[in-house]
Design a protein around this ligand. Structure first.
Ligand SMILES: Cc1cc2nc3c(=O)[nH]c(=O)nc-3n(C[C@H](O)[C@H](O)[C@H](O)COP(=O)(O)OP(=O)(O)OC[C@H]3O[C@@H](n4cnc5c(N)ncnc54)[C@H](O)[C@@H]3O)c2cc1C
Length: 406
């Protein structure tokens, strides 16, 4: 029986668990370790911040979910991984050994890297920040709003797109959902009562997709009088301003930020990462230096942008490679990353974006319709009610076919 550890029960970790769990008791036993008691479904956090959805709807309880399906769950932080000796150490001092480990710890949202964030900044990236923002959104009676992503930096041990922002999809949701809330729920007037400015550290906004989605989003921004500022690298948030590396400042009553992403300390301390701590893997998601270490999701150096859809693609590959190694008759999916996300825009509005031009493909679609909103609603609810289990392959294939028709 091989002893398998899945470290991190987010999008990638849970996907791998569901893919390999049928081998529990036959070929493997699985221990899942996460510092949290509940997995966080981040794509539904904008609903918490701009609609007031309960946070409970973004949380999947882990102990019962995993143990009722045959795994052992440990709620603790892993503080060291000794990959040479197949051993990891928990914060409580206990050692756990393994034959195989899947590292799916995601990325750290490094709020403290931004001067003034803790005092004056807001974000939507975790459960605490999303609920804090909802409180602020309700109190907001007008003024200048600035939103954007801080610049993140990456290592270069593997070949991956070098994006300036980890992912700007949530910025699209912040600007459109807040605009919807202020006009529809608070009856405020654009430009007269409030103004939304968006900045990007990139030369172009939405640098991970091609012209079609970019133009579609740009057109709606113009209609809603949302201004865009390119090449703006955030340095500081103050009481009534936000400052950038080029020396410019914008007036700002409410700053909503995606912070820089960094790698968890454990990976830096354990020498498993590249120079920025992100895990270098081949395209079968195996660590470049350790044969029994797989990684998937935001923590991998290959994952650009940092997107749940890419975490799922990578998780499926890592699980298949592992199963084949254990003698199972499975096909390993090709590594074909793509951007697929549905940007919530408030009310019945959403835009589905499907693009692979970042990876030299030709797909580059944007579909703005209430149907996209229904698809997002269906997907988020499926994940929640099925405890982080992705919809079955036939449903995902049907979605693919539908997107091709659009
Ligand atoms: C606001 C927002 C909206 C988003 N919307 C979308 C969207 O619409 N579509 C989409 O595809 N993607 C979206 N994303 C991105 C998506 O959420 C991430 O890409 C995805 O969660 C990455 O999955 P992961 O498994 O790599 O990491 P995570 O989901 O972050 O999970 C990592 C897990 O590891 C645990 N962990 C970390 N360190 C340790 C440690 N040392 N010891 C023990 N446990 C540890 C954490 O507690 C966590 O549970 C969004 C992100 C944000 C912030």
């Amino acid at each position: 029986m091989k002893k398998v550890v899945i470290l991190g029960a987010g999008f990638a970790g849970l996907h791998i668990f569901y893919k390999i769990r049928h081998l529990i008791g036959k070929k493997i036993d699985i221990t899942v370790i996460d510092s949290r008691s509940h997995s966080l479904l981040k794509p539904s956090l904008p609903e918490v911040s701009f609609v007031g959805a309960p946070i409970s709807h973004s949380l999947i309880e882990l102990k019962h979910t995993l143990e009722s399906r045959g795994a052992t769950f440990i709620q603790d932080e892993v503080v060291n991984i000794n990959a040479k000796n197949n051993l990891l150490t928990l914060k409580n001092g206990t050692d756990v050994n393994y034959d195989y480990i899947f590292i799916t710890v995601g990325a750290v949202k490094d709020y403290d890297a931004i001067k003034g964030f803790r005092e004056f900044g807001y974000s939507v990236c975790d459960d605490t920040q999303a609920q804090r923002l909802w409180k602020k959104v309700q109190e907001f009676e007008g003024g200048k709003i600035v939103t954007g992503a801080a610049k993140s930096t990456w290592g270069n041990r593997v070949k991956a797109p070098d994006l300036k922002a980890p992912c700007e999809g949530p910025i699209g949701e912040i600007m459109f959902m807040f605009d919807y809330y202020l006009t529809k729920e608070k009856s405020l007037k654009r430009e007269k009562d409030y103004k939304i400015n968006v900045f990007t550290p990139g030369e172009i906004f939405f640098e991970d997709v091609g012209d079609n989605p970019r133009n579609a989003v740009g057109k709606i921004m113009q209609e809603r009088k949302i201004n865009l500022h390119n090449n703006k690298i955030l340095t500081e948030i103050g009481k009534d301003f936000i400052a950038f590396e080029d020396g410019t400042k914008m007036e700002c009553d409410l700053a909503i930020i995606i912070p820089p992403y960094s790698a968890p300390k454990v990976l830096v301390d354990s020498n498993l990462g590249d120079k920025k701590g992100f895990i270098p893997t081949d395209t079968q998601m195996r660590h470049l230096d350790f044969k029994n270490v797989f990684a998937a999701g935001d923590i991998t150096a290959l994952a650009q942008p940092k997107l749940g859809h890419i975490a799922i693609i990578q998780g499926a590959i890592a699980a298949a490679v592992f199963m084949q190694e254990l003698g199972e008759d499975v096909t390993i999916p090709a590594y074909e990353p793509e951007i697929f996300c549905i940007m919530n825009m408030g009310g019945h509005d959403a835009t589905l974006i499907s693009s692979d031009v970042l990876y030299h493909g030709t797909k580059d679609k944007a579909f703005h319709s209430p149907l996209a909103k229904m698809m997002k609603w269906g997907f988020d609810n499926y994940l929640y009610y099925n405890k982080g289990h992705m919809p079955p392959d036939f449903a995902l294939e049907a979605t693919d076919k539908l997107v091709k028709l659009l």
